[in-house]
Design a protein around this ligand. Structure first.
Ligand code: GLU
Length: 332
């Protein structure tokens, strides 16, 4: 085999940054994006940016451009994204594609319409649960309606069914996360029939991102570990659609000192706000790197400076904490 022939067999490394334009980027998102960038760029891989704007009520019209501006300002770059091709890299422009795959699942009898509200599902769950806990669906609507229209007709004005994936498997499933190791879930107890789309022909985040990662040739998905458990349903979909599964890397989130997810009450950690206050991208990247264990506190760094320090073995794997020291540094 000559060099050209052998290079054809090498799968390119492709990663993605997938912001949801539901609000401004903050230090927490920025750290995950920096890590995704480093992981791909340190191996000369290809990076794309994809806007995940299907979560309608929460999507803010200004947030797509703001996210791209913030990522650029931090010094991250990419090979393709909404700024090079809006049609391709913004999910709301790709609904036709999702529709075709949904149709495929309908024909395979792998999805069904469900009219249960969140409250109804909660009420049949015996144990009390936290607000952020995944609801496992009990299957009330499985086999109940012949099609979408008959489900819709039962609901009053303004309410629509959702398409759920019919998960008939029993037992457990697992996948290997590069950082978190083996993740095991019970099909029925931990996953259940999960929701795919809130419109007859639409798609929600779960469905759309699985299709996009496949069609865009993504080989590595690096994101916050709040999505670790949900990844099981993503892999189930990949198998149902005959897609390959990318390598998953779930990184700890940045949390407040009380261990909770960053929220407004913990101070304004938006990247745009830090920029307005006069901080430089190097100062911000320096703190993000300090959280990873790759920099001294207060070191000022470009993302490129970190390429030689990037190494999962030395990565600090505990949640990154917005400590008093960080708050003082950024005058929060
Ligand atoms: N758009 C998702 C979010 O911002 C990202 C999920 C993913 O990376 O798959 O939470």
């Amino acid at each position: 085999m000559n060099a050209v022939e052998s290079s054809k067999n090498i799968t390119p490394i492709v990663g993605r940054l997938a912001p949801s334009p539901t609000g401004a980027l903050h230090l927490g998102n920025a750290r995950s994006f920096l890590l995704a960038w480093l992981s791909i760029r340190s191996r000369n891989g290809r990076l794309i940016v994809r806007m995940e704007d299907l979560d309608h009520p929460k999507v803010k019209p200004w947030a797509t451009k703001a996210a791209l501006d913030d990522l650029h300002w931090l010094g991250l770059d990419w090979d393709a994204g909404p700024d090079t091709d809006e049609k391709e890299y913004i999910q709301s422009n790709r609904k036709e594609i999702y529709r075709e795959y949904l149709q495929q699942l309908i024909e395979q009898n792998l999805v069904y319409p469900c009219i249960c509200s969140r409250n109804e599902i909660e009420n049949v769950q015996s144990a009390p649960h936290r607000e952020d806990q995944r609801l496992i669906y009990n299957g009330t609507c499985r086999g109940r309606f012949a099609d979408w229209d008959s489900a819709t007709n039962i609901l009053g004005e303004g309410r629509l069914p959702v398409w759920r994936f019919k998960l008939e498997k029993q037992g457990t499933t697992s996948f290997n996360d590069l950082l978190c190791g083996e993740s095991i879930a019970d099909y029925q107890l931990d996953i259940g029939d999960f929701a795919l789309a809130r419109e007859q022909n639409g798609a929600g985040y779960t469905f759309a991102h699985v299709i996009d990662d496949y069609l865009m040739g993504v080989t590595e998905v690096l994101r916050g570990d709040d999505l670790l458990e949900a990844t099981h349903s993503h892999i189930i979909l990949q198998r149902a659609l005959n897609f390959y599964s990318p390598q998953y890397i779930h990184v700890p989130l940045v949390v407040a000192e009380d261990g909770r997810r960053l929220a407004k009450r913990h101070g304004d950690t938006r990247i745009a706000m830090l920029r307005e206050k006069g901080f430089t991208p190097k100062q911000v990247v320096g703190i993000l790197a300090w959280w990873c264990g790759w920099a001294e506190f207060g070191e000022e760094l470009d993302p490129g400076d970190l390429l030689s320090r990037f190494n999962w073995n030395s990565f600090y794997k505990e949640p990154a904490i917005l400590t008093q020291r960080v708050k003082e540094y950024f005058c929060l």
